[in-house]
Design a protein around this ligand. Structure first.
Ligand code: ADP
Length: 181
């Protein structure tokens, strides 16, 4: 049987192995961040030592918040989470991951539609950059939650208050009020 390799970072004076900290990036649009995203982040921190939430700056359809606003909301919500930071990035996720010396890309999975898309994305990223993607399954209560649906439902007057944090909800209401003709 092949010998299992243990990734070690070095050894302490007492001879015990010091494990290399695992750094993940969680790329996405986060327009806006939802309780579903936060649930993934919370659970990911049981697996990784460091997590960089990476807000993509590339334009998205019907964007509601600027990348700066999205980043600000995430920074506020994750301020008390040790090991979690937030940044924005341009261009290819794999290039950003390499720049940040990330070990893995983290993504969430909600449905078979996500699986189809994410599978191809993860295979491409591994083929072009050799980086692994780790998936966390959505919790039952957030499996249907998406930023796009939240934006659409809120614009039509739907109550989305239990799907997003309070601070995000308040900003969303303000933004929709401003956008109304
Ligand atoms: P993107 O435009 O890159 O899909 P999103 O902000 O929509 O950006 O999502 C970022 C990541 O979070 C994706 O991997 C997505 O599948 C995941 N995600 C979004 N909402 C949820 C949720 N409710 N539960 C689990 N994962 C989610």
């Amino acid at each position: 049987m092949a010998k299992k390799s243990v990734k070690s970072f070095g050894s302490a004076q007492d001879g015990s192995v010091i494990k290399k900290p695992i750094r993940a990036i969680f790329p996405g649009s986060f327009d806006p961040i939802t309780n579903g995203h936060l649930d993934v982040i919370d659970r990911a921190m049981k697996l990784f030592d460091e997590l960089i939430i990476a807000v993509g700056r590339s334009p998205i359809k019907n964007a509601l918040f600027t990348p700066e606003e999205r980043l600000e909301m995430i920074a506020e919500l994750t301020a008390d989470m040790p090991g979690v930071s937030v940044e924005s990035f341009d261009g290819l996720t794999v290039e950003y991951a390499a720049k940040k010396k990330a070990d893995v890309i983290l993504r969430g999975l909600r449905s078979l539609t996500d699986v189809h898309y994410e599978f191809k994305l993860a295979m491409t990223n591994r083929a072009v950059a050799g980086i692994e993607t780790v998936f966390i399954m959505a919790s039952a209560e957030y499996g249907f939650t998406s930023s796009t649906l939240i934006r659409e439902a809120a614009a039509l007057g739907g109550n989305v208050s239990n799907l997003i944090p309070k601070t995000v909800y308040n900003r969303l209401q303000q933004r929709l009020k401003r956008n109304r003709p």
